[in-house]
Design a binder for this molecule. Structure first.
Ligand SMILES: [Zn+2]
Length: 174
């Protein structure tokens, strides 16, 4: 019996289960889905057709952004921050738990974080499929504690981190 998971779009062998879409995807469609999400984040904030300078806030995020805007990288471009879903989820949680105002905003006086709904797990998988080994980001003890709590929630309720970030956007926290 064929128990191999198949891509919902093309029927080829699936290599990634997207918690975001709740779908199995092959390499090609997983990559497309991820890049499309970043482009659509940029479009919805009307950020396109310009040069970009990439921030080094998050190593995984920066590698992924480099891949997406490599032809538009410039020292005097608009700043794209490399914060990921995890960074924003930690910030929103910090606001709820410790009443810490967030030190990062998605759209911050001309600077923009296009990866706010892209997880490090997705980015690492993206590069692993290209045979590039990317390591997870190292964080402070406090941040790691919040993140492990968030990953627990995510395991029980896939998409929980994205919902939290969306709530943070709606409440103006990030
Ligand atoms: Zn496919």
């Amino acid at each position: 019996m064929d128990t191999e998971k198949k891509c919902v779009i093309c029927g080829r062998e699936a290599v990634f289960y997207s918690e975001y879409l709740k779908q199995d995807l092959c390499k090609k469609h997983f990559e497309r889905m991820l890049i499309k999400r970043v482009r659509s984040n940029m479009n919805s904030y009307k950020i396109k057709n310009q040069n970009f300078k990439l921030g080094s806030e998050n190593k995984c995020g920066k590698e992924f952004l480099k891949f997406i805007v490599r032809d538009m990288e410039s020292e005097n471009g608009k700043v794209l921050h490399s914060y990921t879903l995890e960074d924003f989820a930690i910030s929103v949680m910090g606001f709820f738990l410790f009443h810490n105002p967030s030190d990062k905003k998605i759209d911050d006086s001309g600077k923009f974080s296009p990866l706010f709904n892209i997880s490090e797990n997705e980015i690492i998988s993206f590069f692993r499929l290209k045979k590039v080994n990317l390591k997870a980001v190292k964080r402070s003890k406090k941040e790691e504690a919040v993140l492990s709590f968030l990953r627990d929630i995510e395991e029980r309720r896939p998409g929980g981190m994205i919902s939290l970030v969306k709530a943070g956007i709606n409440l103006g926290i990030i």
